[in-house]
Design a protein around this ligand. Structure first.
Ligand code: URA
Length: 203
């Protein structure tokens, strides 16, 4: 992927005419390139397009809060999207756009080799698992999938925005992020009080 630099930043990609038209900037992933936990969203919205960083709007606030609850800071994890340019009118990315951006995502996954990938919502879940996903019922499940030429562990999650329009999704979303920290062995999951046991049972 010639447009991807050493920091996993994409420069000057023009593969998707509609997205080149609608974007202000390319929104690359953020966070350490050796993070244990990788969060994958769908694509930038208006706030992300304006600021050049994934999940910085209201959805990002929910994600940040859930990370904090799990004993993690945003800077501890890597956050990226299936497509790096904002689709017009916040529509879902097309299959062709997802395919055009896939090499960048696979390169990011390959470089990180994260302990766990968390898919935020239906679009990234279906994209990475390559099957249809009933996200509301499958959220919270950890599955193995072949991604970027290796077997990877994936935790399916609802999109954080779902918690904003349906308050009943909030608890499950927060539990999913806590489970992600436990599976990856990071955050509060590492503070076991010396007995090697997870603290998740306390919640
Ligand atoms: N929703 C996403 O899927 N990604 C973002 O970066 C922001 C909102």
């Amino acid at each position: 992927m010639s447009e991807l630099d050493d920091d996993l930043r994409v420069s000057a990609c023009e593969r998707c005419p509609a997205l080149v038209e609608s974007r202000t900037r390319i929104v690359d992933g953020v966070g350490p390139t050796d993070a244990d936990l990788l969060f994958v969203g769908e694509g930038p919205g208006a706030n992300e397009d304006e600021r050049g960083e994934p999940f910085v709007g209201r959805s990002g606030d929910v994600l940040d809060e859930a990370l904090r609850d799990a004993g993690l800071a945003r800077a501890d994890v890597r956050i990226t999207n299936c497509v790096r340019c904002r689709p017009p009118d916040n529509r879902d990315p097309t299959g062709e756009e997802l395919a055009n951006c896939r090499g960048y995502l696979d390169a990011e996954i390959d470089r990180l080799a994260p302990d766990l990938i968390v898919t935020l919502g239906k679009v990234p879940s279906e994209h990475l698992l390559d099957r249809s996903v009933a996200i509301t019922s499958e959220a919270g499940e950890v599955v193995d999938a072949r991604i970027a030429d290796a077997s990877r562990r994936v935790l399916l999650s609802v999109h954080p925005a779902a918690t904003l329009y349906d308050r009943s999704q909030r608890e499950g979303f927060f539990e999913g992020i806590a489970l992600a920290a436990e599976v990856a062995g990071v955050g509060d999951a590492t503070k076991s009080g010396g007995d090697g046991q997870s603290r998740l049972g306390e919640f």
